[in-house]
Design a protein around this ligand. Structure first.
Ligand SMILES: [Zn+2]
Length: 464
């Protein structure tokens, strides 16, 4: 029989293990040795071994390399082999194979592809056009159009945190197979919330159902089921929105974590506290929260995706944020900037997302640049803001082993900017070249689509 203190110790230990198990996504990587090839997404599904990306060496010669690690830009040459970064060479070196394709980028800056943590690719362009909003065909085409805007802005990955039906899951695959031009898509699927929660304001249930971008859930079991539905369709992340009960969000977060997915939550005031207590990985938006909640975020390593820019657009274009039951607090540009400053000073990891609903993607690259400037206004340096949009965003995505920096072995998501964005963020308006997964997808600032490869017919032509 165990003595009393040993029993107590064991009980404490198993409690600690149990709590830790619920806190973070289950790290499924510990069951996969590095030699096992897996999908380039947070799901990490074993895939057939074999080369990926175009069969070539691509050399970006003689530019300023801003590698996203936090090191200052330096003169150098980037060598890409197929879909991976192979070397970062000193500018004097020519250590690449003879048959490599060489692009002279002298005077330009080479940096990791930018990441946007908050998109809604299928959302409609105007608030009134319900007929088109409910059409899944139109939703798909809206998303396809938006992808081009992100890509030409140097954004090589988007985390889509709420879209209609299966659209983002399918687009993720089509982009990966180079059948549609776009950034990598990391989809959440639909937005999960309760009756009357955020994204349902002023909309009848029937229309919410028809629009298909929000899943209403009720009770812990249904929240769990809603998470499983997104996982089943292919989600890389789970998006939840207040309101919810503590039990509901706990069930949803635990389910997502056991499936190996991170959870991001759109919430405000005490709902942020509930979400953080439940083990959420990221909190969206700069919405009010108590000092206690901020401290708990820092303590538990919960990241923030502050998204000041959509509210700047709302305040400037609409004169205020009106009529929403999920935004019942004093809300202003100044309060949001103060919140971003507080997140930074509390030591909370902050990523970059733009949440461009309606037609606002047409403002790109402006909103992304302005969000980086918001970071600078809140105390980041310009290079630190760029690191937030690349390296930090890759960490928040759970993709930092593959994306976010220019280091050998990482996936070749690379942009070339005609300027020095690490000194002047406005130079990000001059994205000249974009490489995603080793493929050149933007040249001279335009999306480039290679001519299709003809597949030979199997039957020979018969002479009459
Ligand atoms: Zn949003």
């Amino acid at each position: 029989m165990r003595n009393k203190s040993a029993t107590l110790l064991l009980a404490t230990l198993s409690f600690a293990v149990c709590v830790a198990g619920q806190e973070k996504p289950q790290d499924r990587r510990k069951f996969l040795d590095p030699a096992t090839p897996v999908s380039d997404d947070p799901r990490r599904i074993p895939v057939k071994p074999g080369p990926s990306g175009p069969d070539r060496f691509l050399v970006l010669r003689g530019g300023r390399v801003f590698d996203g690690t936090g090191a200052p830009a330096r003169e150098g040459t980037l060598v890409i082999e197929r879909n991976k970064i192979s070397k970062v060479l000193p500018v004097s070196s020519t250590d690449w194979p003879k048959n490599a394709e060489i692009v002279d980028v002298t005077g330009k800056t080479v940096l990791p592809g930018l990441i946007d943590l908050h998109t809604h690719l299928t959302y409609p362009l105007s608030e009134t056009d319900t007929a088109k909003a409910v059409s899944e065909s139109d939703a798909t085409l809206r998303a396809v159009e938006k992808l081009r805007y992100y890509l030409e802005s140097g954004i090589t990955s988007v985390r889509d945190v709420g879209s209609q039906g299966d659209v983002t899951f399918r687009l993720k695959e089509w982009v990966r197979e180079n059948r549609v031009a776009g950034p990598r898509v990391f989809p959440a699927g639909v937005f999960i919330t309760a009756e009357g929660g955020h994204s349902t304001e002023n909309t009848p249930d029937e229309l919410i159902k028809m629009q298909g971008a929000t899943r209403l859930a009720s009770g812990p079991d249904d929240w769990r089921l809603a998470v499983r539905e997104q996982f089943h369709k292919g989600a890389d992340v789970i998006k939840l929105g207040s309101h919810f009960s503590s039990k509901e969000i706990k069930a949803a977060v635990q389910e997502a974590h056991e499936l190996g997915l991170k959870v991001t939550v759109d919430s405000e005031t005490f709902y942020i506290q509930h979400a953080v207590e439940a083990g959420a990985d990221t909190i969206e938006h700069p919405l009010p929260r108590s000092e206690e909640t901020s401290q708990l975020m820092a303590k538990k390593g919960v990241a923030a995706d502050p998204t000041l820019i959509p509210y700047q657009i709302i305040f400037e274009e609409w004169g205020g944020y009106f009529g929403s039951t999920s935004r019942r607090f004093t809300f202003s540009n100044n309060a949001n900037l103060q919140m971003l400053r507080r997140l930074k000073s509390t030591g909370i990891k902050c990523g970059v997302g733009t949440d461009l609903i309606l037609h606002w993607y047409r403002y790109l690259p402006g909103p992304y640049i302005r969000e980086l400037k918001n970071f600078v206004a809140a105390g980041w340096s310009v290079p630190e803001a760029l690191v937030a949009g690349t390296k930090t965003n890759s960490e928040i995505l759970d993709m930092d082993d593959r994306l976010g920096t220019l280091e050998p072995g990482k996936l070749a998501d690379v942009i070339v900017v005609d300027g020095r964005p690490d000194l002047n963020l406005d130079d990000l308006t001059k994205v000249e070249m974009v490489i995603r997964d080793g493929y050149t997808v933007v040249e001279s600032g335009h999306v480039t689509v290679p001519r299709h490869k003809v597949v030979p017919m199997k039957t020979a032509e018969k002479k009459p």
